[in-house]
Ligand binder design. Structure first.
Ligand code: NAP
Length: 285
């Protein structure tokens, strides 16, 4: 299989390149192709001629998205539409990533693919529009909603990841304040790349929720990070209101993996993913 990976220098893109190394991989960086540029997307995918296009490209700094709605829509909605049109023309499967932020977080049980999205911010709106653009344009697609990503390469868009931020703060003076009223499922990009690499071998196209199993607050995630690294820093649980932000975020964004599980693909628990993250991180040093 020939697989083009758009966003190849991002944390998820890097793990796809690693996990799929037995296939013919064409890594495409932002410098190689800007998804918001229709002509360039067509030209680059024509010359790569892949069977599958995996796009991890996104504009996902949520505060910046709020200030730049046009850019958010260009990258997160028009971008996937451009990719879907190009994939339709060359008959390639398109894998596109979306987010738990399409939900408002008012639910108290894991969100399924048939639950009604209701984004609370511009980023979520633009990602929901991107999902629609893909599914409207090209049938041979996988739209994968995921949650709380962290990978060894670190998020290009956000700069680093939560685990590294906690390790850095643990080395500084004073208590670390972390929100305890936002519940999610942190997901190691290596685990996500493994699961999606299996998903694309099926022809069960459509929308899927793929995140780790289990759930925790950011505070509980931070506590586990420090525990696994044997760090004794003082951690303080706080409420979201203690970090005033112009951007609303869902208080609960756990995704149900039942649809994925029905294909025989399961996800590991988030704590196991975190152990694998530290193992891979140690290997890379
Ligand atoms: N991070 C999370 O917690 C999270 C949670 C849920 C869903 N997601 C979704 O998961 C996907 C992967 O996220 P990630 O954390 O791996 O992101 P990432 O590390 O920031 O990687 C995104 C990649 O896309 C590239 N890119 C940005 N704008 C582009 C454009 N206009 N054209 C082509 N490439 C572009 C970036 O390149 P440059 O850096 O060189 O610009 C970067 O290499 C995204 O779709 C995101 O919305 C992420």
């Amino acid at each position: 299989m020939k697989i083009a990976i758009v966003g190849a220098k991002g944390q998820l893109g890097m793990d796809f390149c690693r996990v799929l190394s037995a296939e013919t991989v064409v890594p495409l960086t932002h410098g190689d192709v800007d998804v918001s540029n229709f002509a360039q997307v067509n030209q680059v995918l024509d010359s790569a001629s892949p069977d599958v296009v995996i796009s991890t490209a996104a504009f996902h700094k949520v505060e910046e998205c709020e200030k730049q709605p046009e850019t958010s829509l260009a990258v997160n909605a028009t971008g996937p539409r451009n990719l879907a049109l190009a994939c339709r023309r060359i008959n390639a499967v398109l894998v596109h990533f979306s987010t738990d932020y399409v939900f408002d977080g008012r639910q108290q049980q894991p969100y399924t693919e048939s639950d009604l999205p209701h984004p609370l911010n511009v980023y979520g709106v633009s990602k929901l529009a991107g999902e629609g653009m893909v599914s409207l344009t090209w049938s041979r697609h996988f739209v994968v909603r995921t949650c709380g990503l962290y990978g060894v390469a670190g998020s290009r868009g956000k700069g680093g990841n939560f685990a590294e931020t906690m390790l850095r703060k643990a080395a500084e003076e004073g208590p670390i304040r972390v929100v305890n009223d936002q519940v999610l499922t942190p997901t190691f990009t290596g685990d996500l790349a493994e699961a999606v690499s299996r998903l694309i071998r099926s022809e069960a196209y459509g929308l899927y929720h793929v995140s780790a199993e289990g759930q925790c607050s950011w505070y509980e995630f931070a506590r586990k990070i420090l525990e696994l690294e044997n760090l004794k820093a003082e951690l303080k649980p706080v409420n979201t209101t203690e970090f005033p932000s112009p951007v609303q975020r869902p208080a609960y964004s756990v995704l149900s993996k039942q649809k994925l599980n029905r294909l025989g693909i399961t996800m590991p628990r988030w704590e196991d993913g975190l152990r694998r993250y530290f193992a891979q991180r140690a290997q890379n040093r």
